[in-house]
Design a protein around this ligand. Sequence first.
Ligand code: FES
Length: 320
Amino acid sequence: MTAASRHVRISRKTDEAQDTCSFELIDTEGGGLPPFSAGSHIDVHVAEGLVRQYSLCNDPRETHRYLIAVLREPASRGGSVAMHAMQEGQELRISEPKNHFSLAHDSRHSVLLAGGIGITPILCMAERLSMIGASFEMHYCTRSPDRTAFAERIRASSFADRVHLHHDSGPATQKLDIAATLASPQAGAHLYVCGPSGFMDAVLSAARAAGWTESCLHREYFAGAAADTTHDGTFEVQLASTGAVIRVAADQTVVAALAAVGVRLPVSCEQGVCGTCLTRVIDGTPDHRDMYLTDEEQARGDQFTPCCSRAKTPRLVLDL
Ligand code: FES
């Protein structure tokens, strides 16, 4: 369930690289689309009950279209395969753009790091930073040149000289040395990373080891980490507004337990990535399972993502 939604038509579907297609989406009535900022994503209703988040990767000044790109991952939960089956002219329901991965306004230099399909929000950020004349560098790691989406667009862009391409298949000398790239962080520099979770974890660990400030590290995950659920137990949540107490079974999410008693929370990714379901915790200690909150925010324990997170205490009192 999302807030506002609108219908768009696929006006162009393009093969961008092996297993990666881009989809240009336009308003079905031919009107303009809501503006968006670099790092934004939209929810795409791929099929009944199947909602996926895709970053917008066109120039954020454009309002006549949204551009998304999708990597076909047969082993995933089905969203990317369904998207790849779509054709030009087909209509889709999408949400308004949302941004949980925005550029910091006070940045003196930005280091953009993309792994694979993680290029989508990063490319949009590069367009924006280039447009405002900001200092930045971009590193784009892919398996091989034929799996490098948007290579031509990058080569033809005004910021091509700030982009470093790295391929797993290429010589060792061109591979990204993450530790060397992130050593000695400049004052006021911000780092943005998007890609497979292993790549992102390696980048964030190297940045922390090099002394980057946590608030200067920005990341966007595509999918939640697989959690070990073997020791999940039951617990209770209490609604602060009414005092009602709801039991959450071991194999049930808080969102599902609340929905069963008629309390419907807004959800989108349902795997702790997007932050749509974020809920304030008034009492009790959450067991965080999300990739959305920072370590500091998780440690504060005053909010959690009920689509996937649980409780360390027998009861959580929620600001609902
Ligand atoms: S619905 Fe996306 S974090 Fe909960």
